[in-house]
Write a protein that binds this ligand. Structure first.
Ligand code: ADP
Length: 327
């Protein structure tokens, strides 16, 4: 991973911490252990790891599910969030927070917008949040580089009030594809249809249009764009049960622009990677919550003019992400 030239900047990545002050448990299918309490210790060691890197990260991408939904049952949501945020504050760098399903199990949208995990307000002028309904924004940490944070639960049942039009849209989409009484139970037919479960969501038309406009400007400026979302959008980078409902609409916008180099997601705790037909890297980061206490799951990304170099820790593999030769 050694490189003679200095990176333009670096950033840290971490996904699915899902902290709760409860004993270890299992995932729904009882195939993986979830280390609820230990996830805080792994975050602490990630922060220590970033501090010890020779090049300090400019910022950290926290890919969503920062605390677990169990906190809600124990009336511990505020306390758990504060605990994790205090830990992040030790990093002394800006954290860009993505919102995942567990954010919405714990809090409603208005509470989240007013919380410390709304990192969108402090963006550079003209690049803040779309509006007070959709948690999506973009920022440029260095000339010629841009990051877009997406709201994959814009159209969903979780996080939207039943009186909201997007809640109705979500119910309609789900019921068209999923006949189960329990909408968290995936439909069996057609592999990709498994994504039509309640714990996923979609990007609204309004968000897709905004995203298209952001990428058009980025193309004109010859910027390299990295996209961040809780839900992955490429079928080959993830278990199909984790995909955003309208992943295909998102992919077709991505492929109609030259500026995109990488899409980073969480949600699928096993992680995944795929370089697509346009040379865009789809990276799904391994989740902290299902990482053994003796291991870890975080990365540091060194950004150069022609590539990004991911230095993984624990379960996260090292990768060299060469940009598609597009401009
Ligand atoms: N196959 C399934 N059938 C029914 N419910 C499920 C299934 N998989 C997950 N769930 C439920 O959906 C919710 C989200 O699943 P979970 O595995 O906790 O998501 P995450 O990976 O984001 O933690 C939980 O309430 C879980 O019990």
């Amino acid at each position: 991973m050694e490189n003679s030239t200095r990176p333009v900047f670096t950033f840290g990545v971490i996904a699915d911490i899902q902290y709760a002050d409860i004993d270890d448990g299992l995932n729904f299918l009882k195939t993986r252990t979830r280390y609820y309490r230990n996830s805080l210790k792994l975050l602490r060691s990630a922060i220590q790891g970033w501090k010890e890197e020779r090049v300090d990260p400019s910022f950290i991408l926290q890919l969503g599910d920062i605390i677990d939904g169990y906190n809600k049952n124990h009336e511990a949501s505020d306390r758990a969030l504060e605990t994790v945020i205090n830990e992040f504050e030790n990093s002394l760098v800006k954290v860009h927070n993505v919102w995942g399903n567990h954010e919405f199990y714990n809090f409603n949208r208005n509470t989240l917008f007013a919380s410390l995990i709304n990192s969108g307000e402090k963006g550079e002028p003209g690049s803040g949040l779309i509006d007070d309904e959709i948690y999506a924004y973009h920022f440029s940490p260095a000339p010629k580089f841009r990051f877009v944070v997406l709201d994959a639960y814009d159209v969903s049942i979780i996080g939207r009030d039943p009186t909201n039009e997007k809640y109705n849209q979500a119910i309609k989409i789900l019921k068209e594809h999923n006949n189960n009484d329990d909408l968290n139970h995936p439909p069996v037919s057609g592999c990709l249809d498994q994504r039509f479960v309640k714990f996923n969501g979609a990007f609204s038309q309004e968000q897709l249009q905004w995203f298209d406009e952001v990428l058009t400007l980025a193309d004109q400026k010859h910027e390299r764009v990295t996209i961040v979302s809780h839900l992955p959008v490429h079928p080959y980078s993830t278990d199909p049960i984790c995909l955003a409902w309208n992943y295909d609409a998102m992919l077709s916008i991505i492929h109609s622009h030259k500026s995109v180099v990488c899409f980073i997601a969480g949600h699928d705790h096993d992680g995944g990677y795929h370089k697509d037909e346009s040379g865009i890297h789809h990276l799904t980061l391994e989740g902290v919550i299902e990482t053994h206490p003796d291991s870890n799951a975080f990365g540091t990304v060194y950004v150069y003019d022609d590539r990004m170099v991911l230095k993984g820790n624990g379960r996260v593999e090292d990768r060299v992400l060469v940009y598609p030769n597009s401009f």
